[in-house]
Design a protein around this ligand. Structure first.
Ligand SMILES: Cc1ncc(COP(=O)(O)O)c(C=O)c1O
Length: 392
């Protein structure tokens, strides 16, 4: 029984769900309340001394949200977890909880765009310095650490460049200097990578992606030890207050039921489609961490169990008009940002040129990010095949 309780299927289907407390309902109730009341002075006094685990006020904790916290903490093999109103909310709340004026944060190159804005445009207003470093170069990381560095921020794999960092080595370097490590683990989801196994302290997710998985909720998570999560709770959750509603928590719990199935399906289809695209005459190259020709393939195999549905292609043509026509001809792929839902998506980087905060002005115009959702892979290949005829 203990083994079952440690299993993924138990976490997704049962963990945290105390059904006898709510009429043995299989699905947890949505406890739609802002406030909780107490029968005695002592009960209230005890609860308020541990607000993050008690039910006092929904900004701090709510029973429906609590079920979700338990599940995601278990998925990341950590002691505790907090849920935020977005992935960016989780990132900013985590960073702001551990850095103060005079401190320095070291971040890998090309983090998610709004993380970069936080570091370069917001943190300096509070006297917090930052540096970006090539995360694949451990010597460069060591050299970039300063006396006042408080956090090493990773994103592996990166969702634009797909660059990986050696999590174990990064954790070792940081631990030796007493620096907290945080990682954006959205690309892999907890199904394909558990950074805590490699010594990373804080694991962040845009839950909007795979964890919810149905493109109908925006949310974020941070997982870690009781102690670190308590710091974030007291600093950020209670003061910044960027929480989710019990309603959204129930939707995410429902999404989690199929997390493993969805990831397996996306991953399997992506592997097949990448193989097809790599051999296509109009494709220059494909960038996918699970591809056997991926430059950091060995590292990917060491710390990941799969890669999900997100990758990029570089087309041979750089003709903007043709690229536009290619995107327009696709029938199944939706033209959209984000990823991790049930629907397959396409994001041509040429459509992002000349906008403020563009991911990287040096990104080639012929780069297209593709996300493979849950549709039939043969159908998706047929759609790509048809659209690629534009370049004949
Ligand atoms: C890698 C990564 N991290 C964080 C975020 C931010 O998450 P959210 O949109 O839930 O705020 C995103 C969103 O696209 C992302 O791709």
């Amino acid at each position: 029984m203990d083994d079952i309780k440690n299993s993924l299927s138990y976490t997704l289907n049962h963990l945290g769900e105390e059904r006898s407390k709510y009429y043995n309902a299989v699905s947890p109730p949505i406890i739609q309340t802002s406030n909780f009341c107490f029968e005695s002075f002592d009960e209230f006094k005890n609860a308020i001394s541990n607000e993050s685990d008690s039910h006092i006020y929904t900004r701090g904790n709510n029973p429906t949200v609590e079920i979700l916290r338990k599940k995601v903490a278990a998925l990341e093999k950590t002691e505790d977890c907090l849920v935020f109103a977005s992935g960016s909310g989780a990132i900013s709340s985590t960073i702001l909880s551990f850095l103060k004026s005079g401190d320095h944060i070291l971040c890998v190159n090309n983090p998610y765009n709004w993380t970069k804005v936080l570091l370069t445009e917001i943190l300096p207003n509070f006297g917090i310095a930052y540096d970006f470093v090539d995360g694949s170069n451990l010597g460069a990381i060591r050299a970039a650490i300063k006396e006042n560095t408080k956090m090493l921020y990773l994103e592996s794999p990166n969702t634009a460049t797909f660059a990986l960092q050696d999590l174990e080595a990064c954790a070792e370097i940081a631990k030796a200097k007493g620096i907290i490590t945080a990682i954006d683990n959205s690309y892999c989801s907890p199904i394909f990578q558990n950074p805590h196994d490699f010594g990373i302290d804080l694991i962040i997710h845009s839950g909007t992606k795979y964890l919810n998985g149905h493109s109908d909720v925006v949310c974020g998570f941070v997982c870690g030890s009781k102690e670190l999560i308590a710091s974030i709770f007291h600093f950020a959750t209670m003061t910044l207050g960027n929480i989710i509603s019990p309603n959204e928590a129930a939707l995410i719990i429902r999404g989690l039921r199929t997390l493993e199935l969805r990831l397996e399906k996306s991953h399997g289809s992506a592997v097949k489609i990448v193989e097809y695209l790599k051999n296509h005459k109009h494709i220059e190259s494909v960038l996918y961490p699970w591809d056997k020709d991926f430059p950091q393939r060995e590292l990917a195999k060491k710390q990941m169990k799969g890669a999900g549905g997100l990758f990029s292609i570089l087309l041979k043509s750089t003709d903007l008009l043709q690229l536009e026509k290619f995107c327009a001809k696709l029938q199944t792929f939706l033209f959209a940002v984000s990823w991790g839902g049930h629907e397959s998506l396409i994001l041509p980087y040429c459509s992002l040129m000349n906008i403020p905060n563009h991911p990287d002005p040096n990104v080639p115009v012929n780069l297209i990010r593709i996300y493979i959702g849950l549709e039939d892979s043969d159908y998706l290949i047929h759609d790509l095949e048809n659209a690629l005829k534009i370049f004949d």
